[in-house]
Design a protein around this ligand. Structure first.
Ligand SMILES: [Cu+2]
Length: 279
């Protein structure tokens, strides 16, 4: 007696093969595309943890994606050679149990791994006390620039007052009568830090929500009017890096670009001195 696999129409089998190849190609193509190196050069200590979390997520879901697409391709290819619906392999209950087990299993593999790798990174990035020798910098975002302020030799930021803000003469509303503010150093769209120290950035916003984004340092933090969120991180490389705004904040959002320089400590002192003289 012929098996149900033996008399499929050749055209039907050809279509099934083509469809199976398409699914297999999508699975393989997706994984090849996702496996390319697409992260910018890493330059911070906690960033290594973020990268391993992303890598784990991509590898685990990429593997599941590939296996499912190849299995799908195989069943389509095999099904195309059949003339009759084959016997049911499992009861409805078993099918349902299997679906739930697979769904939960996939969530545990992907999300569980991300939590296991990510929680220590979260603790290092958000919960650790900033080192005492961290360089503190005040960054005030506005449409469409970054106002940067250093406390100067006294290490104390001068007072600011929103009603003193004047976009051309006093962009962050410095109180000129406060002696602590006399030596504050202000730059625009440029942050320079000495290599070998932690960086502690206090963020403000004058108008809308912006997002302070340093792709190389794996740092991204919203700047919200009325709040002063902080980010603390430790650069592991010297160099010239980009600051971007990662929150669509208006028509010239794309222009909100700055530079973040990590330089040897001696160069930093020279740079700071030069800034001070030009204030
Ligand atoms: Cu912005």
């Amino acid at each position: 007696m012929p098996s149900p696999d033996s008399h499929a129409h050749p055209r039907f089998a050809r279509h099934a093969t083509l469809l199976a190849l398409m699914f297999a190609a999508t699975g393989i193509g997706g994984v090849v595309y996702g496996a390319r190196a697409w992260m910018p050069e890493l330059a911070s200590r906690h960033g290594a943890g973020i990268d391993s979390m992303l890598t784990y997520l991509l590898v685990s879901v990429g593997g599941l994606f590939l296996v499912s697409y190849l299995a799908l391709a195989y069943f389509i290819w095999r099904g195309g050679r059949r003339t009759a619906i084959g016997p049911r392999f499992a009861s409805r209950r078993t099918e349902r149990a299997l679906s739930i087990a697979l769904g939960v299993g996939m969530a545990i593999i992907a999300e569980g791994g991300v939590l296991a790798i990510g929680m220590p990174v979260w603790a290092e990035y958000f919960d650790a006390a900033p080192p005492a020798d961290a360089i503190v910098i005040d960054v005030t975002a506005q449409q469409f620039m970054w106002n940067v302020r250093y406390p100067g030799p006294d290490g104390v930021f001068g007072r600011t007052e929103p009603r003193l803000i004047d976009d051309t003469t006093n962009p962050i509303g410095m109180d000129r009568t406060d002696p602590a503010g006399k030596d504050d150093i202000i730059t625009l769209n440029e942050i320079t830090v000495p290599f070998g120290r932690a960086v502690r950035i206090r963020l403000h916003s004058k108008d809308v929500i912006h997002s302070f984004f340093l792709p190389n340092f794996r740092v991204k933090q919203d700047a919200v009017p009325g709040m002063t969120p902080e980010v603390v991180f430790f650069p592991t490389k010297t160099g010239h890096f980009e600051i971007a705004c990662a929150e669509l904040c208006g028509l010239a959002h794309y222009r909100m670009r700055g530079f973040f320089n990590v330089v040897p400590p001696a160069d930093f002192d020279t740079w700071l001195h030069k800034q001070q003289e030009s204030q």
